[in-house]
Design a protein around this ligand. Structure first.
Ligand code: GLN
Length: 278
């Protein structure tokens, strides 16, 4: 059996072909195999044997399986979230919504929050973590996703301030079960065009139900935007994630529905969020 430091270097080389972050991937898998934190690797690695399962984990990653699926978790907003193939893996880009919520509600925190298409619960639970007096509800059309969101609420100590509802926004009157008067609405709905070419780690492993939204990727926006009227409190704000090329069409739908809007870009400079209020 070889030493773990050598195996780590070798794994990073093997993963360079399929990943943009081969060294990070290899470190996350090694830390998982050793059951330690990634931050402990530098200190603990010297002199350690390669853990038994490590090469199998690297094989899985080499077949494009996302790290989050292999290790069963992903960090979002500094919090650990359980992740399975039933939920979209939380993306760093989506942290923009939480950043904006923190900025917008600095003076008067939201009391009621709703997350439309909550998936793992990442957006809702990160917001509840930031606003300790708020209560929130996460809705999703997938019962399997809601189970994960529930687990995450429990693990993060947020279960007493969150609830989860199985709801399908393609059915009539879906907002009825949620009620109204939400100060903050969060949503990262499916917005990928059906014909879009996604990388294998997304297309082959993540739930299509959470990704694809018709020919232009706008089907879910066409449903959600008109319905916000019923959910928003009089001076409430909705923060919606959009695709990098969707600022114009989504803004158009919003303006048609008489909302005031603002756009913000992610760290790569792409349009990523629509801020909306009455
Ligand atoms: N940002 C995701 C991707 O490009 C898509 C997320 C979504 O459809 N809401 O893979």
């Amino acid at each position: 059996m070889g030493d773990a430091a050598g195996a780590l270097r070798e794994a990073a080389q093997r993963l360079a072909g399929i990943s943009d972050s081969p060294r990070l991937d290899a470190e996350l898998l090694m830390a998982y195999a050793l059951q330690i934190e990634r931050s402990e690797l530098l200190l603990k690695l010297p002199g350690v044997d390669v853990p038994a399962g490590f090469s199998g984990l690297v094989d899985r990653r080499q077949r494009s399986e996302p790290i989050a699926h292999i290790i069963g978790q992903k960090q979002f907003w500094g919090l650990d979230f359980q992740v399975t193939p039933d939920v979209l893996i939380p993306r760093p880009d989506s942290e923009l919504l939480i950043e904006e919520a923190v900025r917008k509600f600095a003076a008067a925190p939201p009391r009621r929050i709703v997350d439309l298409g909550t998936g793992s619960g990442a957006l809702l639970l990160a917001a509840l973590h930031e606003f300790p007096d708020a209560r929130g509800v996460g809705m999703d059309a997938s019962a399997a996703a809601l189970q994960i969101a529930h687990n995450n609420a429990d693990a993060l100590g947020l279960a007493d301030r969150s609830s989860f509802l199985l709801l399908d926004w393609t059915l009539p009157d879906w907002t009825g079960a949620l009620g109204s008067g939400f100060d903050l609405i969060l949503a990262n709905p499916p917005y990928v065009a059906t014909g879009a070419q996604l990388s294998a780690d997304v297309a082959d492993f993540e739930p299509h139900q959470a990704l694809f939204a018709g020919e232009q990727g706008l089907d879910d926006y066409r449903i959600i935007l008109p319905a916000l009227e019923k959910l928003l409190s009089p001076d409430g704000t909705a923060l919606l994630e959009i695709g990098f090329d969707q600022a114009n069409p989504v803004s158009e739908i919003a303006v048609k529905n008489s909302y005031h809007i603002e756009l913000k870009q992610d760290l790569s400079g792409n349009d990523r969020m629509l801020i909306l209020h009455r």
